[in-house]
Every structure is written in C-alpha cells, then in structure tokens.
Design a protein around this ligand. Structure first.
Ligand code: PSV
Ligand code: MN
Length: 401
C-alpha cells in the first residue's frame, strides 16, 4: 500500500495522521552502552569483529544508530564498565556524535564483596560501600547531565533461612532513602525488579509490587523500571504498565525479548503482540506517559551488534506506530457496550496494518534513510570499524544482562 492510501484510510477512521507522524518523529529510544560491546552467555562469548572496546567506541556506535534511525538520541551507561576520569569530556564526546548520556546504572553485582548482596547485605560495611558507589553515580549524573539513576540489585538468597528477609527489606529501604538525597535536582531514581537470577530462593526486589512499595517509601521521584524479560511466564506486562502509569510510578523500560527467562534477545522478535499491547497502554495513558524512559537492555551472543540494535529500535517504532493507529473512539464505544470481540478486533486491525509506508514517510520527513537496515547493510561503517577495532575477545560484560 502507498503512504497516501494508508493516510486516507486512517483519516476516514477519524485519526489525525499529521499528529501521529509528529508523535513518531518525537519517539525516543535509549540504547545501552553494553549492547555495543562483546557480550555473550555464561558459556561463551563469541567476539564480533568491530565490537566496541570502550565507552568512546560505544558512543560512536550509538551515534551511528541514531543517525540511521533519528529516534535513538541517548545512551545508558554502566559504571564501572564505562568509567572514565573525564565525565564532562565524555558528555562532550557524546554530543559530537549526536547523542547524550542517558541513564546511569551503578553496578552492584560484579564485585567480590557482593556475594551476599549489596544494599541488603548483612554487613553494614558492604552496604556503605554500595551506597558510596550509588552516590558516585549521582555525581556522574550531575557531570554528564543525566536525569536518571537506574538501579537493579542482584540481592537475594539461595536457601531458606539464609538471611532474615524482613531485615533485608529494611536495609534496602534505608540505603535507597539515603541515595535519594544525592540525586541531582529534578533527577529520578528508577528501581528495577527481577524475579530470579542470580538468586534462586528469593530475590529482594522480585516483582513490580515490591519495587513500587519501595519507591513509595523512598520519595516522589522514585519510580519503577519494567524490564520486559524479568517476569514469570504468562505474566501480563501490559497490565503492570497500565497500573503503574495510572499511579504515576512508571519510570521506564528495559525492552528486550524472551522466550524462556531473561533471554535479552532483540526487542519484539519473540513477542511482537506483547510489545504492541504495552505500547497500546502507553498511548492510552496520554500525558501520564510523558516522562517514561524507553530503554533497551539486550545483550548479544551471536548477532552482529549494530544490526541487532537497529532492529530493536525499529521494532519499538513499529509497535508504537501500530498503537498510535488504534481507533480509540471506536474501541471506547465497544468497551462500553460490552462488545468483547469487537474491541479485540479493533486492536487486531491496528496490529495487522502494514505501517511500513507510514514509517517510510516519517523517516523521509526526518531526513533519515527510509529503510535504516538496508542503509546499514549498504554502508561501510561496520566494515570500517571491523578493520579499525579488530576482534577483541575481551568483553566489558560477559554478564547475561
Ligand atoms: C539484570 O538482568 C539487568 O536487566 C539489569 O538492568 C542490569 O543492569 C543489566 O541487566 C545488565 O547486566
Ligand atoms: Mn534490565
């Protein structure tokens, strides 16, 4: 279908195509620095020729992804993986590549001392050190202009009785309240949950309810981060999203796809309808969703890094476009009339619409390639970085994030 025909169809349904295109032009997906370096599973890291070896190369790659898509203008960093001694210089370097530093992620899971946890650790000394690291990250936020402190804790236990679960809960609340005081003005703290791994008996912040209850105690600018790979099979993530949006506590996402557990696959590859359901709730929430941070958290084992990241960004764009063309007036009527299947089919109609001509038009208007992946494949960026950087087996993170 040509763009004009699609636009006409949508207009006939009462949709404002110009407004939809404007929303698509303003979409913002943050890519993770760790998605550009070599990573893998705990079994093996297969080096990709040209994979970024340091934060500067990661930012350059992120800048390239943004140039091709126009909707990936910021990069999340992980500390200490991306540590430098010149943060202002790094922010400047990012700007030269057309991107900004986004969420700052303290690493509270890879140090020897965190064997029994970080902010829930029984030892006050270890908790102090974890706090100091989070405060350091708040300082990095101030220096780089980042507005998000993104927290995930591997804390938990492997056996019943290993530690006092309620005492651990109190330690977490205390340490996060203390951390909150150090956030730069206006910045937010995002609290990510995950139901298992690496802890297997209990994880201290295992689900959205625990993250939400903690956020309520910590302060107004503490919110929940939903990583789409961090739920038990069958969990209705769109429902969690709608609930948190309505409570004003949905801080952001870590998008990725999964078939089994925390697989960290390319966004929208296993579960495109689920991604659409999530975007449908976000679009439906209107202004309430305006502060949500859309971040990708994926790591690659066998995929070429840049193409994998591009595909994730584009799959988010497709899901958003499909959610934007849902005929909401019709849906509302069907909902009020108890038209169960009519309502479902309204969603299905949007989901099954081929939005490629709409997206090609948006990209033309934004001055980016109509088909960013074809442009990437025709370009010599990947070949050039492979020549320049070679195949470094070392990984900045072998952690299956
Ligand atoms: C943990 O599985 C996680 O999702 C957290 O967001 C980490 O920061 C990330 O992966 C990278 O290990
Ligand atoms: Mn995550």
């Amino acid at each position: 279908m040509r763009y004009e025909t699609l636009a006409e169809d949508l207009t006939k349904q009462g949709l404002d195509v110009e407004a939809i295109k404007a929303q698509l032009r303003h979409q913002h997906i943050e890519t993770p620095s760790w998605g550009y370096g070599n990573s893998g599973t705990r079994f093996k890291v297969f080096p990709w020729p040209g994979a970024a070896r340091n934060i500067h190369e990661k930012l350059a790659d992120a800048g390239y992804v943004h140039r091709l898509t126009g909707i990936a203008p910021s990069v999340a960093i992980h500390i200490p993986w991306d540590k430098t001694d010149d943060w202002e210089g790094l922010a400047q370097y990012a700007a030269e590549h057309g991107v900004k530093i986004g969420a700052v992620n303290p690493n509270l899971f890879q140090d020897e001392k965190y064997k029994l946890g970080s902010i829930a650790h029984p030892s006050p000394q270890v908790r102090e050190e974890a706090l100091a690291h989070m405060i350091e990250c708040c300082q990095i936020m101030a220096k780089t202009g980042s507005g998000l402190l993104s927290l995930w804790f591997a804390d938990g236990t492997n056996y019943a009785g290993q530690d006092d679960i309620r005492a651990r809960k109190h330690r977490i609340e205390e340490t996060l309240k203390e951390t909150y005081k150090h956030l730069p003005d206006g910045a937010r703290m995002l609290i990510e949950y995950k139901f298992f791994e690496p802890a297997f008996y209990h994880t201290d912040l295992a689900d959205w309810g625990m993250a939400y209850a903690t956020a309520l105690k910590v302060g107004e600018r503490a919110q929940v981060l939903v990583d789409t790979g961090h739920h038990a099979q069958g969990t209705n993530i769109a429902h969690i999203v709608a609930f948190l949006l309505d409570e004003g506590r949905l801080g952001g996402f870590h998008f990725n796809a999964r078939k089994y557990a925390d697989d960290d696959l390319i966004v929208g590859t296993i579960n495109p309808f689920e991604l659409f359901e999530i975007y449908h709730e976000l679009v439906g929430a209107g202004e309430r969703a305006s502060q949500v941070a859309y971040m990708i958290d994926q790591s690659h084992n066998i995929e070429p890094k840049l193409e994998a990241m591009l595909l994730s960004v584009l799959n988010c764009q497709t899901a958003y476009a499909k959610a934007l063309i849902v005929n909401r007036a019709q849906l509302r009527e069907q909902q009020l009339n108890g038209d169960v299947l009519g309502a479902y089919r309204t969603l299905q109609a949007a989901y099954e619409t081929d939005v490629r001509p709409l997206l090609a038009q948006v990209r033309r208007e934004m001055g980016v390639p109509e088909d960013p992946i074809a442009a990437y494949r025709a370009d010599d960026y990947a070949r050039r970085v492979a020549e320049e950087r070679g195949s470094a087996a070392a990984s900045s993170s072998g952690f299956p994030g």
